[in-house]
Structure formats: structure tokens, C-alpha cells
Write a protein that binds this ligand. Structure first.
Ligand code: ZN
Ligand code: ZN
Length: 239
């Protein structure tokens, strides 16, 4: 499977625009899935164009939660792909009800080997995406408002498999070094092999994960490509 970051507030590939928010494309499964849409449709579409990604190739949009920095690009994207199927949460407002959509409550299969955690969290409801790969589970989070550790535990509970990679927004920017360290220790205890925090994770969180995970830390940003095959995990080179 191949994951390409299309929208992020951190840069990676030169020539692509950064802005607050997150979106990535998942290819190589039965369905091509756009995870979130970033804050701004113009930036989303322009980054997609520069990355050679046609909106029409997307089968499914998966919206993690109803925050503007994850849903803001949706309408512009749908202009180029009006029939695209959208997975929303049960709690989303009716304005998100497009032509083809499903509201997610419990954990469910999106397509073979790709699942939603289901709606998690008490205040801000959110779903994360779980990919089953030959290397183990890959978890993609939008903002992780329901708690990054809770999300990892949920994935483990659902599939009883090792966690290979956790990537996306971890939402730990307000935490002290000691608190972040505690979370990193929990990651290690839960057996998370690779980490790739970005978006709302916080600069210091990213720094500390990098220090603790070393070569198993993957720097994320717009244009980053992570390819997971049965034999290897390949990334595009760092600028
Ligand atoms: Zn959010
Ligand atoms: Zn966010």
C-alpha cells in the first residue's frame, strides 16, 4: 500500500503548499481512499495536481472528524468527483450529507484490509483509519482528539495484531516534555514499530518522538510518500 500526504502544515517536497490541516491518499487496496481533505480546497487540488493525482481516481473520502482543517477541502474536491463515496461520522451535521455517503458509528470495513476504528471520544468525536498490511497494522489519525493511545488500543483490541506504523495528527502540542515522554513510553509498551507524527502533534512532540524512535521515526509533511510492501517500507528522499 502507498500513502501520499497531500495536505499538512509541515513541508516535505519542494513546490507544494503547506497550510494548517491534514489529508493523505491511500492507494494499493481494493479502493483508493482520500483520508480527510485539509482546510482549503484550492490548496488541496493544487497539491494533488502537482503530485499527479487526479481527483477522479479516488473511490472513497474518509472524514476523520468535523473540523474545518480536515473537511474544508471537501466541496472543492467533490466538484471534480461528485459521485465519490464519503464515510462520515454519525455525529456529523447534515450539511455533509452528499450524494453517496455512509455514517459510521461502530468500527467497520471500508474495503478489504481497510477499516474505521468507529466513532471514538466523548466531546469531539473522531474515527481513525486502520490498514491491515503484511507488516502489521497501520493507523492513520486526523487530530486524535479521542487520545492517540486510546486509538492504538482500540486497533489492537479489534485485530489482535502488531502495530507497524502510527501516522498523522497526535494532538499533543499542549503537553509537557514529561507527559509526552509518558506517551512515547506507552507507544513502546504497545509495540508500535514506526511513528510518523505531524499536523497537530506539536513541534516538541515530533522532536521527542524523533529522538526516542531514531531510524524508526518517519518525517511527515506535504508530498511525503510511504510505501509498505511485504518485503520493505520505502519512502521518498528527504529534501
Ligand atoms: Zn480537530
Ligand atoms: Zn486538525
Amino acid at each position: 500500500m502507498k500513502i501520499t500526504v497531500i495536505f499538512d502544515n509541515y513541508p516535505y517536497e519542494e513546490g507544494l503548499a503547506t497550510d494548517w490541516g491534514f489529508s493523505c491518499l491511500i492507494q494499493g487496496a481494493e479502493k483508493t481512499i482520500l483520508f480527510d481533505t485539509g482546510a482549503d480546497g484550492d490548496i488541496l487540488l493544487s497539491n494533488m495536481k502537482k503530485l499527479g493525482i487526479e481527483p477522479k481516481i479516488v473511490d472513497t473520502v474518509f472524514l476523520s472528524h468535523e473540523h474545518w482543517d480536515h473537511t474544508g477541502g471537501l466541496n472543492a474536491f467533490l466538484c471534480g468527483n461528485p459521485d465519490c463515496f464519503i464515510y462520515l461520522l454519525e455525529s456529523f451535521s447534515t450539511s455533509f450529507e452528499a450524494k453517496n455517503y455512509k455514517k459510521v458509528n461502530e468500527s467497520m470495513e471500508i474495503c478489504e484490509n481497510i477499516y474505521s476504528t468507529g466513532e471514538l471520544g466523548n466531546q469531539i468525536k473522531e474515527q481513525s483509519l486502520i490498514l491491515k498490511t503484511d507488516k502489521g497494522l497501520v493507523i492513520i489519525t486526523g487530530c486524535a482528539h479521542s487520545g492517540i493511545i486510546n486509538i492504538i488500543k482500540k486497533a489492537k483490541e479489534l485485530f489482535k495484531q502488531e502495530i507497524y506504523l502510527v501516522m498523522g495528527g497526535f494532538h499533543l502540542a499542549e503537553l509537557s516534555d514529561a507527559e509526552i515522554q509518558e506517551i512515547i513510553n506507552d507507544f513502546k509498551c504497545l509495540g508500535v514499530k514506526l511513528v510518523s507524527p505531524s499536523h497537530c502533534s506539536g513541534d516538541r512532540t515530533i522532536e521527542l518522538f524523533h529522538q526516542c524512535y531514531g531510524k524508526d521515526f518517519i518525517k511527515l509533511g506535504v508530498g511525503k510518500v510511504i510505501e509498505i510492501t511485504s518485503s520493505m517500507t520505502k519512502c521518498n528522499a528527504l529534501i
